[in-house]
Design a protein around this ligand. Sequence first.
Ligand code: SF4
Length: 442
Amino acid sequence: MKIKDPKTFFIRTYGCQMNELESEVMVGQLKRRGLKRVLDEELADLLVFNTCSIRDLAERKVMGKLGQLGRSKMRNKLIGVTGCMAMAKKETLFKKLPHVDFVIGTNNLSELNNVLDDVVASGKQQIRTEGEYDALDYTIAEREHKIKGYVSIIRGCDKYCTYCVVPYTRGQEVSRPHEEIEREVRDLVQKGYKEVTLLGQNVNSYGKDRPETGVLFHDLLYRLDKIEGLERVRFLTSHPIDISVQLMEAVRDLRTVCEFVHFPLQAGSNRILKKMHRIYTKEQYIEKVALLRSIAPNAKLGTDIIVGFCSETDAEFEETYQLFDEIGFSVAFIFAYSPRKGTPAMRWQDDVPEEVKQQRLHRLLELYEKKAQEERLELVNTPMEVLVEGKNKNGQLKGTTRCWKNVILEGDDSLIGTLQMVDISGFNHSTLIGTVKKPLIV
Ligand code: SF4
């Protein structure tokens, strides 16, 4: 027998920052309904899994977890699956997991409470995956952090990279009105937030679907920069083809915009880039990096790389390796390719043997670690601006630099939420260790 009147809920988020933000909105929705959030799933009447579909591993994790629930005594709880995997698998989820009560896609999340009403009233499974764009009310988000927050500015993607499910699970690009974004950021600042990260699958497309507003991504950055009390703006993710000179100038000139650009390369071979439908060549990518470095020399670069894409040869992987070495990324997310259902690449043979993918992954990760170590050594004895965000599990203060490095430092709780100028004295694995030099803002 399923629980009829849920009083408590547990939510688990898989995947990207956009999912984290959408989970924060769902927490707000459920709390407004009167449900209490619990952190132990055994104590919850309702379990919500906000899922990711970007990699096979992410999907397998959720399917494993849901399968396990079906075999345990917890199957009498109400169970909902939301997000990208819900969108990709739709009704088939009910066939595989008959104990799941509802499935809500990425463009129907605002219907969560209505769906819950229908499940409770009918006792039947419910599905909502047909929405085109969901004008979510972000103002009700119950945010995890109190100093820095995510702000969605554009949803969906029109790029159709051949390996990626996002255009199918999140739909076409839709920008939020700039007035709404500015209002949300102002509201966050009033609540004490110092940093926002603007989110979108491709933030650089912001505003192109609303030409009548005349506000493109860099214009939005200039508008947000005027908000008093806002200290930092970050943004994720940028498609290299859409990164404009104006954006680079904004990174150079604006007080709030952090000097970090996530600039996914994906592969260093032109044949593989074409097969991936990345719509730039290796030469164009190198040119953009050179331009960014000439306009904003302090900017650090982040990237994503996929190794072992369909038919990638050893020589083509070497091109990726060489380019990665030459460019020198400050942050990198490196993955072995895994085919995703519903993508064009599914039609091709996933013909790079797993062992070869793992060798390539390992080599590139080794190179990344070597470069990261060199960068960390360079940062020792450098003063850096740190936003103190809270404490780590050892009770030490933790924060981040403008270029997105984690720092731990000594000090008391009064520093939390302040900007400090910190001398970097060393590092522990990938975390920098710093000493406060002088407060920048209190
Ligand atoms: S740009 Fe490509 S990889 Fe990024 S979300 Fe769009 S389709 Fe996916």
